[in-house]
Write a protein that binds this ligand. Structure first.
Ligand code: AP5
Length: 220
């Protein structure tokens, strides 16, 4: 199964992608995670991406599309993948289409997480992530068992640099300006399926699973 998760920052794309990719045995490809890794490792890509990310702006299309196309050639995507946070511009959407053609593959669906701004802000301000394994928590909605420690690997939980109030505001503006048009782009290709990102994690996962069953993407 080949999926794209689309929606504003804080919609819960990463949380659902983490759980569903594990259940379905498919790859979870998050451009945000890949870029943060590059920033942490101070690679040439990371050095270039850092400023954009800290300001809540998008990293230039060519840089991001290049790492995604390379990633899609790896063996672990053969069973399928969830692209989380890519594409984010019409240009990236076109690039993905061409990359899929080169790989002789096609997308099965684009899941749009329709989410209110108030939900996004509340989610991002309370988000904490594991410094080591990247697991996602929320101070209220999904607290770890021990405060400040990851349930999976016991490492420290931290706040993402771009989850401060000012950058969050800009990320939401950038989403409206650059990414929202992809909703119509994928509607035209009859790939868009909409779910409510405002629901809680378990309920939303149930709705997504039922949708995949109805579409014949997974067996009931
Ligand atoms: P990226 O890391 O992709 O961030 P984002 O799209 O802004 O999305 P988030 O990770 O903030 O939100 P999410 O929807 O995954 O929510 P999550 O599940 O974590 O990108 C970061 C930056 O990298 C960009 O700003 C840009 O600079 C650059 N970048 C990345 N991709 C790029 C691209 N393609 N092109 C150019 N630049 C790119 O959940 C949020 C919180 O809510 C968590 O605390 C979670 O526990 C909680 N939560 C989740 N779901 C629920 C729920 N249903 N109910 C209650 N709480 C929930």
């Amino acid at each position: 199964m080949r999926l794209v998760f689309l929606g504003p920052p804080g919609a819960g794309k990463g949380t659902q992608a983490e759980v569903l990719s594990r259940d379905l045995g498919i790859a979870h490809i998050s451009t945000g995670d890949m870029l943060r890794e590059a920033v942490g490792a101070k690679t040439a890509l990371g050095v270039e991406a850092k400023g954009y990310m800290n300001r809540g702006e998008l990293v230039p299309d060519k840089l991001v599309a290049g790492i995604v196309e390379e990633r899609l050639k790896r063996d672990d995507v053969k069973k399928g993948f969830i692209l989380d946070g890519f594409p984010r511009t019409i240009e990236q959407g076109k690039m993905l289409k061409q990359a899929m053609e080169r790989l002789k593959a096609r997308l099965d669906a684009v899941l749009y997480f329709e989410t209110s701004e108030a939900t996004c802000i509340a989610r991002l301000s309370g988000r904490r992530v594991c410094k080591k394994c990247g697991a996602i928590y929320h101070l209220k909605n999904r607290p770890s068992k021990t405060a400040g420690k990851c349930d999976a690997c016991d490492s420290e939980l931290v706040q993402r640099k771009d989850d401060n109030e000012e950058t969050v505001k800009n990320r939401l503006v950038v989403y409206d300006r650059e990414t929202k048009d992809l909703i119509d782009f994928y509607k035209r290709d009859d790939l868009l399926r909409t779910v409510s990102g405002d629901l809680d994690v378990g309920e939303l996962k149930g709705i997504i699973t039922a949708l995949f069953e109805r579409e014949g993407l997974i067996r009931a």
